[in-house]
Write a protein that binds this ligand. Structure first.
Ligand code: UTP
Length: 301
C-alpha cells in the first residue's frame, strides 16, 4: 500500500511508441505523432501544452521510429546557420522554438505492448512523484486549457485524475468509459469504475476517457501486476480501474470533464478536421484558406 502523494507535479510523460496502424502507409517509417497539423508536428502541440502547464521535464516513450522525434526537439545547427546567413529571423525562431520548449528525455518501449506498458517504461524516470501523461496523438486546443485544471484537482484531492469528455452514447465503445459520481465542483467527478471499450449496452455512462492523466506513482505497482487485457495489450484503463476500486492503493481517482476542443490526430477524419479548423483560425493562413474553403464547399460539393 502506498500513501497518496501530494507532492508538486513537474514531470510529463508522453507515450509515442504506438504503431499508428490507422494511419498506414504514412506511419510506416514515420511516427504518427510527427504528422503535421498545419505546419507543426502534432507532438509539438502536446509538448507546448505540457510546458504551458508548468511541466518542463518531459519524458517521451518512443518506439522503433524514434529518430524523427529526437531530431525535431534537438538543435539543427546546419539549418539554423543557413537561415541566419539569409537573415530569415522569423523562420530561424520557428526552428529554434521546438528545441527550447522543455528538457526532453527519451526511453524506448521496445515492444509496443500497450499504453499501460508504455507508462510503466517511465517508472525509473518518474520515481515516486505524481506525474502527468499526455498522449502524443491527442491534441487539446491551447485555448481550452485542461491539464492545469487537472493538476489543481490532483493537488486538492491527491490520488489520480483522468480527463473525461461526454460523447454520443453510440460511439462510447470506441473509448475507455467511466462510472462517475458528482462532487461539489461542476467539472469534477469521483470515478468508481472504468471499462476499456465497452460492448454496446454495457457502458456505465457516456463519459469517455481522453488522452490526459495526472497519476499517482502507485499506478506503476499496479501496472506491474496488470495482465494484458483487451487486444492483448497492457491497458492503462485496467490499472486505473484497480486504483478506482481500491483507494487504499494510491488514493482516489477523480475525473475532470472537458468541454473544449480536442482532436485525435491518430484518426484520419479527426486529423483532417484539426487541420481545417486550426488553419481557418490562423491569422496568417486563415483569410485566404477560409475564402477558398467557402467557395469549395458552395461550388464544388
Ligand atoms: P493508440 O491506441 O491510439 O495508438 O494509443 P496506436 O496503437 O499507435 O494506434 P493504431 O490504433 O495502431 O492506429 C494511444 C497512445 O499511446 C501510445 C501511442 O503512441 C499513442 O500516443 N502507445 C500505444 C504507446 O506509446 N505504446 C503502445 O504500446 C501503445
Amino acid at each position: 500500500m502506498t500513501t497518496p502523494s501530494h507532492a508538486r507535479i513537474s514531470k510529463a510523460v508522453i507515450p509515442a511508441a504506438g504503431l499508428g496502424t490507422r494511419f498506414l502507409p504514412a506511419t510506416k517509417a514515420t511516427p504518427k505523432e510527427m504528422l503535421p497539423v498545419v505546419d507543426k508536428p502534432a507532438i509539438q502541440y502536446v509538448v507546448e501544452e505540457a510546458a504551458a502547464a508548468g511541466l518542463s521535464d518531459v519524458l517521451m516513450v518512443t518506439g522503433r521510429n524514434k529518430r524523427p522525434l529526437e531530431d525535431h526537439f534537438d538543435r539543427n545547427y546546419e539549418l539554423e546557420e543557413a537561415l541566419h546567413r539569409k537573415g530569415d529571423g522569423s523562420r530561424l525562431a520557428k526552428v529554434q522554438e521546438s528545441s527550447d520548449l522543455a528538457t526532453i528525455h527519451y526511453v524506448r518501449q521496445g515492444d509496443p505492448r500497450g499504453l499501460g506498458h508504455a507508462v510503466l517504461c517511465a517508472a525509473p524516470h518518474v520515481g515516486d512523484q505524481p506525474f502527468a501523461v499526455l498522449l502524443g496523438d491527442d491534441l487539446i486546443d491551447p485555448r481550452d486549457p485542461l491539464l492545469r485544471r487537472m493538476i489543481e484537482v490532483q493537488e486538492q484531492h491527491g490520488g489520480s485524475v483522468i480527463a473525461l469528455m461526454e460523447v454520443d452514447p453510440a460511439s462510447i465503445h470506441l473509448y475507455g468509459c467511466a462510472a462517475a459520481a458528482p462532487t461539489g465542483d461542476d467539472d469534477v467527478v469521483t470515478v468508481s469504475d472504468l471499462v476499456e471499450k465497452p460492448e454496446p449496452g454495457e457502458a456505465p455512462s457516456n463519459l469517455a476517457i481522453i488522452g490526459r492523466y495526472v497519476l499517482d506513482p502507485a499506478v506503476f505497482e499496479v501496472l506491474r501486476k496488470t495482465d494484458p487485457g483487451r487486444g492483448g495489450e497492457i491497458q492503462l484503463t485496467d490499472a486505473l480501474q484497480a486504483l478506482a476500486a481500491d483507494t487504499g492503493l494510491g488514493g482516489p481517482v477523480h475525473g475532470v470533464i472537458f468541454k473544449g476542443r480536442r482532436y485525435d490526430t491518430g484518426d484520419r477524419g479527426d486529423y483532417l478536421r484539426a487541420i481545417v479548423r486550426l488553419a481557418c483560425e490562423r491569422e496568417d493562413l486563415g483569410p485566404d484558406f477560409r475564402a477558398w474553403l467557402r467557395s469549395y464547399v458552395t461550388e464544388e460539393m
